[in-house]
Ligand binder design. Structure first.
Ligand code: ZN
Ligand code: ZN
Length: 112
């Protein structure tokens, strides 16, 4: 049992990408969530750096947006970005269609 635990420790201590959580006492500081890792860093140095998503374990980039959260997660684990995109696309299409309609109506009136 102890052997297995030691092996896991050795493996985990070599992790190159940290999983970040904002410090409870200092909003400028993010620290690694891993129990055997004491790494911590100022938020300024984290922007656009790679880390591991605490939810799915996939590599992610700590964008300014992600760093607004106490525990940054990747896009997939955050809000579903697809729904947002669909909404935006619909809105854009609506705007374009209404503009086209207006223009064509005006043109028709002019021609008449
Ligand atoms: Zn770490
Ligand atoms: Zn994730």
């Amino acid at each position: 049992m102890s052997r297995i635990m030691k092996n896991e420790n050795d493996k985990d201590q070599k992790h190159t990408l940290h999983t970040y959580k904002r410090s409870d006492t200092n909003e400028e500081i993010y620290k690694c969530l891993h129990p055997y890792c004491t790494h911590y860093i100022n938020r300024d140095f984290l922007e656009n750096k790679a880390s591991l998503c605490p939810k799915c374990g996939e590599e992610m980039i700590l964008t300014r947006q992600a760093l607004k959260k106490r525990i940054p997660v990747c896009l997939q684990c955050g809000r579903s970005p697809r729904k947002k995109l669909e909404k935006t696309a619909e809105q854009v299409i609506d705007e374009i269609l209404s503009e086209v309609n207006l223009t064509s109506e005006e043109d028709m009136e002019e021609e008449d």
